[in-house]
Design a protein around this ligand. Structure first.
Ligand SMILES: [Zn+2]
Length: 66
C-alpha cells in the first residue's frame, strides 16, 4: 500500500496523494474533521478519506478507475 502524503496542488489547494490517486479537500467541512474526495469524483469515483486534525482516521480506497 502507498503511504498518503499531504501536498499542495499547483493552485495552492491542499491535496492528499496516495500513489497515483489524488484526493481534494471538501471545502464544505468545518472544524477539525475533513472529508477528502478522489479527484475523479466527477467521474463517479466514491473513494474518500476522512481526517481529523490532518490525521487520517478513515480511508475508503475503492476506486472505479486505475
Ligand atoms: Zn478514485
Amino acid at each position: 500500500m502507498f503511504r498518503p502524503r499531504f501536498c499542495k496542488s499547483r493552485f495552492g489547494m491542499p491535496v492528499i496523494v496516495v500513489g497515483k490517486f489524488r484526493f481534494n479537500r471538501n471545502n464544505r467541512s468545518h472544524g477539525p474533521r475533513a472529508l477528502w474526495t478522489c479527484s475523479r469524483v466527477s467521474n463517479g469515483c466514491r473513494a474518500n478519506i476522512i481526517t481529523i486534525d490532518d490525521v487520517i482516521v478513515k480511508e475508503k480506497s475503492i476506486h472505479n478507475h486505475t
